[in-house]
Design a protein around this ligand. Structure first.
Ligand code: ADP
Ligand code: MG
Length: 247
């Protein structure tokens, strides 16, 4: 068990729209993830998956629509408050290279949660123990494998005790032999009752771990359902074509 999930919340995306200039990237996205469940988002490159996650976390503000966490809109409050509640893990880890592993984890605890140095370090060490990397606490990220760096990034997010976790192609930058360990950690986290939205090209993970799979194309969720439905009885021609290319 990689963490103690305290209060996972439901997450709902309602009619979210977003344009970059003339490029309409999200055209009314709907997605509902009950508390403690895992949704995988699949779809071709450029379909808006990363932009959707960034909109949920308010790294980008949507032009229209709403995002609800535990039934309440996240849009009124400050983005900093929201980022205490939603953890995000990126393809390229986004660790600070000049800080140690433990400093990478304590920084948001001190900045966003206002923990003092001692409490932040204790929380960071506890989380590193849970992901099996406590012996790397005082190393720099560059001295770790990609898989270890991604586990640190996951530990950093989990140390905040988030209510929802977002993963954006968390294993796409890893050497093949390191993918399994990170996916295993993510599967354990899903099992432990975290609410998760996982953008992934790992169809095996989506099939085995997801409670629901949403297929995005051209800025909308074209089809969603339980993995069995999506992978063996897809209705939309676009999803069928996508699956024929990736499976
Ligand atoms: P995916 O993650 O599914 O590959 P993205 O959400 O990254 O798709 O991108 C969807 C579209 O939005 C692409 O056309 C991309 O070029 C565009 N886009 C993404 N981020 C930006 C940005 N910061 N500024 C302008 N265009 C962007
Ligand atoms: Mg992306």
């Amino acid at each position: 068990m990689p963490t103690t999930v305290e209060d996972a919340a439901s997450l709902e995306v309602r009619g979210v729209e977003l344009a970059f200039g003339a490029n309409k990237v999200l055209r009314g996205v709907d997605l509902a993830v009950p508390a403690g469940r895992t949704a995988c988002v699949i779809g071709p490159s450029g379909s808006g998956k990363s932009t959707l996650l960034r909109t949920i976390n308010r790294l980008i503000e949507p032009d229209a629509g709403d995002v609800l966490l535990g039934g309440s809109s996240v849009l009124p409050g400050s983005p900093d408050v929201l980022r205490r509640r939603i953890g995000m893990v990126f393809q390229h880890f986004n660790l600070f290279p000049h800080k140690t592993v433990v400093e990478n984890i304590t920084l948001p605890l001190r900045k966003l949660k206002k923990l003092d140095t001692g409490a932040a370090r204790a929380a960071a060490i506890e989380q590193l123990e849970l992901v099996g990397l406590v012996e790397k606490a005082d190393s720099r990220p560059g001295n770790l494998s990609g898989g270890q760096q991604q586990r640190v990034a996951i530990a950093r997010a989990l140390a905040m005790k988030p209510e929802v976790m977002l993963f954006d192609e968390a294993t796409s930058a890893l050497d093949p032999e390191l993918v399994k360990g990170v996916l295993g950690l993510m599967a354990d986290l899903a099992q432990s009752g975290m609410t998760m939205v996982v953008v992934t090209h790992e169809m095996g993970f989506a099939r085995e771990v997801a409670d629901q799979v949403a297929f995005m194309d051209q800025g909308v969720v074209v089809e969603s359902g339980v993995p069995d439905q999506i992978f063996t009885a897809a209705e939309s021609p676009r999803l069928r074509q996508f699956l024929s290319q990736v499976l």
